[in-house]
Write a protein that binds this ligand. Sequence first.
Ligand SMILES: *Cc1c(COP(=O)(O)O)cnc(C)c1O
Length: 304
Amino acid sequence: MKRILQNSPVEIVKFRGVEYFIKRDDLLDKDFSGNKARKLLYLLEIEEKGLTLISRGSILSNAMFSLSVLAKLKGWRFIYFAHHLIPDLVKHPIGNLKAALENGMKLKEKRFSSKKEFEKFVENNFKTKTIIVDEGGREKEAEFGIELLGEEILDWAKRESRFNNKIFLPSGTGTTALFLQKFFLKNQTKIEVFTTPCVGGQKYLLEQFRSLEKESKFYPKILTLEKNYRFGKLYFEFYKVWLELQKSTKIEFDLLYDPLGWIVVDFYKNLLGKYTLYIHQGGVLGNESMLLRYKKKYKIGERF
Ligand SMILES: *Cc1c(COP(=O)(O)O)cnc(C)c1O
C-alpha cells in the first residue's frame, strides 16, 4: 500500500479574484482518497486476518465508502449500520452506496444514540473479532494518518515561499482539522488551521474537539457565518457555488462540505488573505447522489 503514502499534489487556483493553494487529497489514490483515507490509514497497518470491521453513520457517507475499500483490501468483513435507509437509494444505489455495496459491504439499519451504545451493541452481538470505527472516522487513532498529511504540507511549505501559513478546511467531526493543528503546533511551526462547522454549530464542533483532545491550545480556529446551514440539506446557494468553483478552478469539489467551506473562505478573505492553503478532502464520489437530489428538488437539467 505504499502508493497511498504518496504525496498528493498542490495546485494554485483563483476564486473570486483571490489566489489559493489547493492540497489535492482527492487525488491521493483512485479508490482510497480524501481525508477518510488519511484518517483510516492506521487500519492499513493491521496485519490480522478474518476481522470484522463495523461502523455506523449516514448511508451517503464518504467514510462508509472508504471503509469498504479498506475492508476489501484487507479481506475483512464489513458491516455498516445506517441511521436510516433511503428506500429509493437502496433500490437503485449510486455513488458511495453503490461502490460500497460492490466492495462487499453489508448494510443494516439501526440508530445508536452514542458511541458507547454502539460499542456495547457490537460487543453483545458479534462473536468474531471486530474493529469498530465510529461515525465519520472520529477516532484518536486517526491522528497517525493526519500527521503524515501534516508532514507533506510542511515539506511543501519549505519550497513554497508564497504560502501565507494559513490553512483552511471544512469540518464534520473536526478530527482532520484538530489533528492537523496539533501537528503544526507540536512541530513548532506558525501554521494556523482554520475551519468551519458543517455539521452542528460551533458548540458541537468544540465538543468534538474536546472528545479527541483535552488541551485547547491545539484547537483550530473556528470561523462561522451568521446563517446556520443544516448538514446534508440542499441549498441552491451551495449548488451555485459548487458550479462556480468548477468553472473558475477546473476542480470538482465535494457537495456536502466544500460549498460551505468556500462560502466561509470568501467571507473571511480579508482575514485569511491570498495564498491560503485549502485542503480538498475528497468525497467526490458522493456527488452523484447529491446531484440527483439537487436535480429533483430544483429541477436542474444537465450536470454541467
Ligand atoms: C469527512 C469529510 C469532511 C469532514 O472531515 P472531519 O475530519 O470529520 O472533520 C470534510 N470534507 C469531506 C469531503 C469529507 O469527506
